[in-house]
Design a protein around this ligand. Structure first.
Ligand code: FPP
Length: 227
């Protein structure tokens, strides 16, 4: 893609789907797919930021993922425990600030502490990586409505101030890998006018080249915002 950063989506949400199938195709346990999925994050996020994206939101653990088999949940939490610091250190080193969306109280206290440590390192940079952990769009909406009501009248402004994403740029684009064509409770409020991109590529195989070709397609779309 020619680097016309002004035409780049400001905020891209990524549903990293297909880890389990990637592993099954290789006769490996599902957790091997999640491991390969984690390895893939940094290069894709860096490609987005280099292209001029100001924020990438990663759907890393949904509220619905809590319904998976205990072994798989434990493995996912272990992966977060092991990789969140090194992964975010690389992103922070290249100038991004790392933030989280979701209810972190679900996670063991050491993982909550890792998240708090990472949040404390924030430089206030203009580019951010938002990691959605124990995140659900419906829960976010209910929470924001409750908090807005507690502090007075619910208006668009008071409600949006209480969203996890309140300080992040407008969501322009959602990418879902793994072939399914649905939002699965991801950024439901923010997705109102986002351009949706679906690919059959399984998350561990998704790469910068495919992301950049989606940005080219994004630039060709006419966005009317209902007008
Ligand atoms: C969906 O694949 C993916 C997930 C449920 C987890 C995604 C999480 C990561 C890539 C790790 C996050 C870790 C850090 C450190 C941020 P699936 O299991 O639903 O795949 P399937 O549809 O093929 O079964």
């Amino acid at each position: 893609m020619k680097s016309d950063k002004s035409k780049c989506p400001r905020h891209v949400g990524i549903i990293m789907d297909g880890n389990g199938r990637w592993a099954t195709k290789r006769l490996l346990p599902r957790t091997a797919g999640h491991r390969a999925g984690v390895k893939n994050i940094t290069s894709v996020v860096e490609a987005a930021l280099n292209a001029g994206v100001r924020c990438v939101t990663l759907y890393a653990f949904s509220t619905e993922n809590r319904g998976r088999e205990k072994d798989e949940i434990d493995a996912l939490i272990d992966l977060i425990r092991k990789h969140i610091k090194p992964m975010t250190r690389d992103l922070i080193a290249r100038g991004a600030c790392v933030v989280f969306s979701g209810d972190s109280s679900y996670f063991p206290s050491d993982v909550q502490q890792l998240m708090a440590d990472i949040s404390a390192e924030n430089s206030g940079s203009e580019t951010s990586v938002n990691i959605a952990l124990n995140y659900g769009g419906r829960e976010e909406i209910i929470r924001a409505a409750r908090l807005a009501a507690e502090s007075g009248e619910i208006t668009k402004e008071s409600f949006e101030r209480e969203l996890y994403s309140s300080k992040l740029p407008e969501l322009d684009m959602i990418v879902r890998t793994g072939g399914e064509k649905r939002l699965s409770n991801f950024l439901l409020y923010q997705a109102a006018y986002a351009e949706l991109f679906f690919t059959d590529t399984l998350w561990p195989d998704f790469d910068a080249k495919e992301l950049l070709s989606m940005f080219e397609e994004f630039n060709k779309r006419t966005r009317k915002f209902g007008k």
